[in-house]
Design a protein around this ligand. Structure first.
Ligand code: BG6
Length: 479
């Protein structure tokens, strides 16, 4: 039986992710009575603070994120009473003893969340182990980036594995916590309708787009040198692809689901030189407002891509010959994440010349959650000059259908799963390694072919070569 954690150690508790996502998520869970009754949350960071100062800083973070107005003072008081703080320099092993004292009984289940720079992971994990905080009942959650290539990711995973078994390691990909991403699993495996067509016989191609309007957002230190391929494709987009392409798992449980995903990731074909396009935004406009180019934001020129489009293939029976077009970029015209399943055309039309568009399933992950199946229907009329057909959407309207359900941010789900010890929506080591193997080969190809990003104006859909990548197969990106 899975045990619920009696304490949560949050490393990097004063950092940006903790303030924007983790603490508001924990607060939301607590308000809804979902946290274990006596679970304590111990924040640690390098910043000098005492318990009272930490509670003030958390109150301030909740205020900034609009949580306080929605809550009662009792909610607030209960949450704050869970919090304490240990100032910690992870480079000093002795300071972990103070942390262990603060935790108290280390044989009780502890959830540990590392929301710090990966360069600190190794010392943190050794410090935890030496202080007896990495015992059989402790679980460790890690935020990306877990390395910048296969080798560095292995190095991090090896350090983790020295102290935490794989079953106790929870690698986060926040896309897996998104409601619509899980809905994709429900759509595929709770409906009989799609599965018979969900293969190369029924599907022409798949598109996965994650477009963002934001630029560097002050993250130059991390993003420059990393680029969109490693920031977005290596993790979020490959996880989406794996969920679309995987075989039905026997059950919705951690091993079965992750076994199926990793098979897909290992079946990804090496991307040829013509099958990827990179770009970097130059000055342009988004939503009518002028925005600077990447190099201007950065203050220097750079070869880092802020856009990438890839034509991928999954080499197995199910997906033989079906291209998966992936694209992601910063400073694109809209913020939108979606998966488009383009079904094949009907084999023969009985309607003469009346144009018929093939069915298309559009799964919108954000900003709106929506699933639409585009179908052909007859236009009303007496049809004296022949039947007229039109494509109309069959709309699942997820937001309306479940209007009474509160939409939770991805981290709420993932934090609760961590606290309860359910790793289904976390990424296993073999998946991460398969992802990096594929990504490293793409980067090696770029080095060999001396690929540098092509400029695109901010507010456009990337370089024209990305449009050509799809169009030479007769495919248009869904916009
Ligand atoms: C992060 C990337 O993992 O995902 C960011 O590092 C990106 O660059 C973000 O902006 C996008 O997440 P979401 O949930 O806003 O789509």
């Amino acid at each position: 039986m899975r045990t619920r954690s009696s304490s949560l150690l949050l490393f990097g508790a004063t950092g940006d992710l903790a303030r924007r996502m983790l603490l508001p998520s924990l607060f939301g869970l607590d308000r809804d009575g979902l946290l274990p009754e006596r679970m304590r949350i111990i924040g640690t960071a390098h910043t000098t603070l005492d318990d009272a100062g930490f509670r003030r800083s958390v109150t301030d973070a909740l205020e900034q994120h609009g949580e306080i107005g929605r809550s009662s003072s009792d909610d607030m008081a209960r949450f704050l009473s869970r919090l304490s703080y240990v100032q910690l320099d992870v480079r000093d092993p002795r300071q972990f003893e103070t942390l262990a004292e603060s935790v108290g009984r280390t044989d009780e289940p502890i959830a540990i969340f590392l929301s710090t720079a990966p360069s600190l992971f190794s010392q943190t994990i050794m410090g935890l182990a030496d202080a007896g905080l990495a015992g059989e009942s402790s679980r460790l959650a890690l935020e990306k980036p877990l390395g910048s290539d296969f080798a560095s990711s292995c190095a991090i995973n090896d350090v983790v594995a020295n102290a935490f078994s794989e079953a106790r390691t929870f690698r986060l990909d926040h896309y897996l916590g998104k409601e619509t991403v899980q809905n994709l699993i429900a759509l595929r495996f709770a409906n009989a309708l799609f599965e018979p067509l969900w293969n190369a016989r029924g599907i022409e191609h798949v598109q996965i787009t994650v477009s963002e309007t934001v630029g560097l957002e002050g993250r130059a230190g991390y993003f420059d040198g990393m680029g969109s391929l490693r920031d977005m494709v290596q993790n979020h987009m490959l996880q989406l692809l794996a969920l679309v392409a995987m075989e039905p798992p026997g059950r919705f449980e951690p091993t079965a689901v992750r076994d199926e995903k990793v098979k897909v990731l290992r079946a990804l074909r090496k991307v040829g030189p013509r099958d990827s396009v990179t770009g970097q935004y130059v000055a342009g406009a988004i939503g009518g407002a002028a925005v600077a180019g990447y190099a201007e934001e950065l203050g220097k020129s750079s070869d880092t891509e802020t856009f990438v489009a890839i034509k991928a293939h999954v080499d197995n029976w199910r997906w033989k010959g079906v291209p998966f077009y992936l694209r992601t970029g910063k400073r694109l015209p809209v913020r939108r994440s979606e998966i488009v399943i383009q079904f094949k055309q009907i084999p023969h039309s009985i309607f003469g010349d009346a144009p018929i568009q093939a069915n298309r399933l559009v799964i919108e992950l954000q900003p709106d959650e929506n699933i639409r199946l585009l179908m052909m229907a007859k236009q009303p009329g007496l049809d004296r000059s022949g039947i007229r057909l039109r494509q109309v959407p069959l709309d699942l309207g997820v937001t309306d259908a479940f209007a009474d359900a509160r939409r939770r941010i991805a981290y709420e789900r993932l934090l609760l799963d961590l606290i309860e010890g359910d790793p289904t929506l976390f990424v296993r080591r073999d998946e991460v390694e398969a992802q990096w193997t594929w990504i490293d080969a793409i980067r090696a190809g770029w080095t060999t072919s001396v690929t540098t990003p092509r400029p695109y104006a901010a507010g456009t859909w990337g370089p024209s070569a990305a449009i050509a990548l799809a169009e030479r197969d007769g495919v248009s990106w869904h916009e």
